[in-house]
Design a protein. Sequence first.
Length: 270
Amino acid sequence: MNGSEKDARKYMIPGLERGLIILMELSRNHREMSFAEIVKRVDIPKATAYRAIQTLEYMGFIRRHPSTGLYTLGVNVLRLGFEYVASLDVVQVGQPVIESLRDKTGCSSHIAIRDGQDVIYVARVSAANATIRRVSVGTRLPVHRTSLGRVLLTGMSREAFEALYPEEALPDNEPGAPEDRETLWQRVQEDRQRGYVIGESFFQFGISSIVYPLFNHDGEVEGVVSIMVPVHEIPESDRDRLRHDVAEAADNISNLLGYQGHPGEHYKMR
């Protein structure tokens, strides 16, 4: 070590240095890591590493999976410009959140995105006593006939919406589907104003859903998170509780995607 390096190290703060080393190790690995694995890779004494990790978790720079206990980068790293977190996709950040949502609500939970006129389920976890097996990762459903699809449309401009549905007549006229393009547009505007959709037997009789949008760091609708409730109509006694749980999950995923506003306060139209 030369003289200039010694002078530089003289003013370094050991605790800060160790915390940054842990963040860089998590960033390089692009995956969740256990406490033992972190300690082994950074070559820091266990007690010191534990204090650093506890501090970083408290400040939101790393997060601990509630079920597995594994660590990954947290939402506050986004504010420091770490490209890794900014590039994480909705499935990577959302999977542990919908697992917690399932555990909290007892309902199967999903994340979906839009591909043209289709909703695609990209992540799912089933409730322990789930009797609904039809929806799996990769399942496609029509956007205009599903509550998930309507929420996915809430981030679209009128121009983009008409490009998606160039004809006044929608692709089918199944029971429960909007009558035409204008009817669908008006429903989507109501959904956007409300900020969520509760769909009771909207697509499938006897199945209800609660759906909230997911926003990315640009304020665009990146996807949706939902729970599937195996009842024709959600009891009033459960409605607010379940809606709050889904809203909280949506907020968490949106924050992990870099969204720093309050979900629903504004949309960036695509």
